[in-house]
Each structure stands twice: as structure tokens, then as C-alpha cells.
Design a protein around this ligand. Structure first.
Ligand code: SF4
Length: 361
């Protein structure tokens, strides 16, 4: 076991040891965090979302993203939050991306489907064949309520039963996947075995069906990082992650094919870097044989330009866009409001800390 953070093996070193390279390919997924407003305040939340958050993507930013998407269509649009359904533009976004033939995913906390003011959301999602990826950290009430708040388990069960009634989790065209994450500073168990447990328990006790279970590792970010620090467990947890490095996960890292957009329209390698305010780094390869890029963070232009050169995404000059943001503008801006975000920041080269974490089970 590693004793201190200083002794933790660098992520790039780990890649070298396993003869791995981490390199961005063609973007396939556009993940949009539509804001931090949520009806829950879970202790593991890496967004620090909650009912009082005011950070919400505006309709103007939605227009800009759609405008950009028209030139750069992607296979999947992944809507996340907060509770994405609480954004007033949520239904508009779903409708517009479906018109553009995107496969749309909704990261749903389940309970929102039962909240006053959100009636009919489940039916709306079914009508548009939106894939639902739903948080369900356990099949027992005690664990779910401890992590997400009193009463959340019962509401989640009720919402899952509602989704089943309209075909989610049963029909192949209405995908319903659940997400498990540990209720503390430990790693998730084997995903396949856990999925079998979930299916057996939820079916036996509540008659619930679903397609797949994803077992996630909690990222030591935001609220969960505070949870760890308050209990003096942060360093031990980081060491646990490093000690359980899984080279098999590198091929599936989000940063290979995802463009992650925050509620203000800035872009990142992944949702976790987004929460750490680590804007999109240069999509240069990391691993054996590549020099560290921190020494010269912008050797070939801005990170954004390099992403576009490597990925084949189309650029527009700001002046061509009716939605061009004023302020510090970049020469090019694929999503106009995003451009300025890259000018004042040093590129973060596939930030080591989070690549470490993401490469774990
Ligand atoms: S984890 Fe999900 S449901 Fe819980 S507070 Fe965060 S965004 Fe809301």
C-alpha cells in the first residue's frame, strides 16, 4: 500500500509500465452538462449539485451548441446535470437532437420523474426513445437513503416501476441502465456479479426489470472529495485507486471520444475534469516516448485548435456566428461561447490525477 500522495505512481508512468498510449480519437459523444440544479444533494455527487444551485445552461447556449452540432454531428448526445430534466430547455434539447438523428441519453436520478412540475417526463422520454441511465446505488433502502437522502429509495423504486410500465427496461428500444457506486471509500465489486444480484433482488421484491448495470468508482472530486477529507480518508482513497490501476480500462476512457460541455458552454475532456475546472487539454498522446507537454503548453496553437485538427471537427470564425460571445475571443470558436475559455488558461495535459482515477475499475 502506498503511504503518501507524494509516493503515488504517476499516471503516465503507469501507462509506460503497461506499454499503453492514451490518445484522442474521433469524437463520438457530445456530453452536455445542462446545469447543477438537482432535487437531491447526494454525498458522492461530483458536481455538488442541489436544489439551490443557480448554474443553469441558458437557451442561448443551447442554440450555440445546436448550431455547432449541425456542422459536427456526433453519434451520441449525453445529457447530464444536476438533474438534466430540471433545465427549462431539456425537452427542447431532446427534441432538437432527435430531429438531428442523435442517440440521446438522459442521466436520470429517477426521483425527478415523480416530482411536481415534471409529470409526463417519463412518457416524453419514451416517446423520443431516449436512453435512460439511472442512478441506483443499491437494491437496499438503507444504502440508497444513506447516500442520497431519506425516502429516495422508495421514490426510486416507484419511478423504476413507472418506467417499466411504459416499456423502459423491457423493450429493446427503451434502454434502461442502472448505475451503482460505492457508499463510501471503497471500490465497487465485480460488475457482472453485482448486476445479477440487482436483477434478482429488484425482480423478486419489486417486479422491476432493467437492461444493464454499470458499477462505477467514485471520483474524489467535489462533494465526495470533501466527504473523504472530513473523515481523513482522502489520501488512503487515492492510494487505493492507484494500487488498483486497471490497464484494461484505458481503452474505454471518456476522453478518447467525448467532448464534454459545461453549463456555460466551455469544453473539457470529460465530466470529471469539467468539475475540476480543467479545460480541454491538448489532445496529444500521453504515455511512453512522449515528452511532457507542460513545458510548452501551446506549441501548436490552442488546445481547441489542436482538438479540431486531430479530430476533423469543423471550425467557424467567430464573425460568422450570430451567437458570438463578446469578451476575450479566440480566433476560431467551434461553439462560439466556448472560445474565450481557452485563452486565459494553461492547457492541462490529460490531467494526471483524473486520468489515474478514470483508469480504475
Ligand atoms: S449525484 Fe446526481 S442526483 Fe445526486 S445530487 Fe448529484 S446530480 Fe443530483
Amino acid at each position: 500500500m502506498t503511504d503518501t500522495l507524494e509516493e503515488l505512481t504517476d499516471f503516465e508512468q503507469k501507462l509506460c509500465e503497461h506499454h499503453l498510449h492514451l490518445e484522442r480519437g474521433a469524437p463520438r459523444v457530445l456530453q452536455i452538462n445542462v446545469g447543477w440544479l438537482c432535487n437531491l444533494s447526494c454525498i458522492h455527487c461530483h458536481v455538488t449539485a442541489g436544489p439551490t444551485r443557480k448554474e443553469i445552461m441558458t437557451r442561448e447556449t443551447v442554440y450555440r451548441i445546436l448550431d455547432w452540432y449541425d456542422d459536427n454531428p456526433m453519434e451520441v448526445v449525453d445529457l447530464t446535470g444536476g438533474a438534466p430534466e430540471m433545465n427549462p430547455s431539456f425537452r427542447y434539447m431532446v427534441t432538437e437532437f432527435k430531429k438531428r438523428h442523435a442517440h440521446v441519453m438522459d442521466r436520470c436520478n429517477l426521483t425527478i420523474l415523480l416530482q411536481a412540475g415534471y409529470e409526463g417526463t417519463a412518457e416524453f422520454l419514451a416517446e423520443h426513445h431516449v436512453e435512460i441511465v439511472a442512478s441506483m446505488p443499491c437494491y437496499s433502502a438503507e444504502n440508497v437513503n444513506a447516500q442520497r437522502g431519506n425516502g429516495v429509495f422508495d421514490q426510486s423504486i416507484e419511478a423504476l416501476q413507472l418506467l417499466n410500465r411504459i416499456g423502459y427496461g423491457i423493450r429493446d428500444d427503451l434502454k434502461l441502465d442502472l448505475v451503482y457506486n460505492p457508499n463510501g471509500a471503497f471500490l465497487p465489486p465485480d460488475q457482472e456479479a453485482l448486476e445479477a444480484d440487482y436483477k434478482r433482488e429488484l425482480r423478486a421484491h419489486f417486479g422491476i426489470e432493467f437492461h444493464r448495470l454499470y458499477a462505477l468508482t467514485n471520483l474524489p472530486v467535489a462533494r465526495f472529495a470533501n466527504y473523504l477529507r472530513n473523515r481523513g480518508k482522502y489520501e488512503d482513497y487515492m492510494a487505493l485507486l492507484i494500487d488498483n490501476f486497471n490497464p484494461g480500462s484505458v481503452a474505454g476512457l471518456m476522453c478518447r471520444d467525448t467532448v464534454s460541455v459545461d453549463w456555460q458552454g466551455a469544453v473539457y475532456d470529460c465530466d470529471f475534469n469539467q468539475q475540476m475546472n480543467m479545460h480541454l487539454g491538448p489532445p496529444a498522446p500521453v504515455g511512453c516516448g512522449y515528452p511532457p507537454l507542460e513545458a510548452n503548453p501551446h506549441p501548436h496553437g490552442s488546445p481547441l485548435l489542436r482538438l479540431h485538427r486531430r479530430s476533423g471537427l469543423k471550425l467557424r470564425r467567430n464573425s460568422e456566428s450570430p451567437f458570438h460571445s463578446t469578451g476575450k475571443s479566440s480566433q476560431f470558436s467551434p461553439i462560439p461561447v466556448m472560445g474565450y475559455c481557452f485563452q486565459s488558461r494553461q492547457a492541462s495535459v490529460l490531467p494526471t490525477c483524473f486520468k489515474k482515477s478514470l483508469a480504475l475499475l
